[in-house]
Design a protein around this ligand. Sequence first.
Ligand code: 13P
Length: 254
Amino acid sequence: MRRPVVAGNWKMNPTSLREAIELARTVDAAAPDPDAVTTVICPPAIWLAEVERAVSRVEVGAQTMHFADAGAFTGETSPSMLSGLAGFVILGHSERRQYDGETDEGVGRKVVSAVAHGLRPIAAVGERADERSAGTTAAVVDRQVRAALGGLERLGGTGLVIAYEPVWAIGTGDAATAADAQEVCAQIRAILADLDPAAAPEIPIQYGGSVTADNAAELFAEVDIDGALVGGASLKPEAIAAILRAAAESAARE
Ligand code: 13P
């Protein structure tokens, strides 16, 4: 049915083009059959073109973009500039929400724009630690998912991916348990079904937040977790290779 998507979000790493190309080639060589698992690497925007040229099996994604095609937006990258270069774009990552003032409404605009330009959005959602302890996880995720997708007429045919990334699990080594991640991913699946019943079963939902070679298989065994958005481990060749193997093994069992 739906194909898992494992995406490496390199964030602002590594620090040289040479290292970026080397990492891209290593991941490309380790990537499973693209018919079984979609592997994506998301390098810093400045290296998208070189990285794209260095790979043949994996897809390339951007880490963010502006919603507008062109204009007076200093420092930004437009969807027109990305199309033809990147197949995917991460939108609404919690670091963008936290440090760059990205809002639910802004993420929604970007999702519409990405789809209009033929880019597959990886729409990232997830609660902060204080929201989880206040018992508002479900409400936060519901609001973020509906805001991210509210501008789309339908979900089918958009190539949409959702990434559930609890903020407290990002970069902390404290991943959600597979059961807790599954609970929220099932909730997201139900929201997708509410918005577009026919498309919901086809949309990959990733888990992200301290995914490692050790916990990937357990996460991928959950019915509503279809791959991962990987930060730190995506920079380590052996770790990302093991995560990709776990995704391929999980896909082969389904
Ligand atoms: P870590 O895998 O380093 O926790 O980061 C997750 C993330 O933010 C991916 O987008």
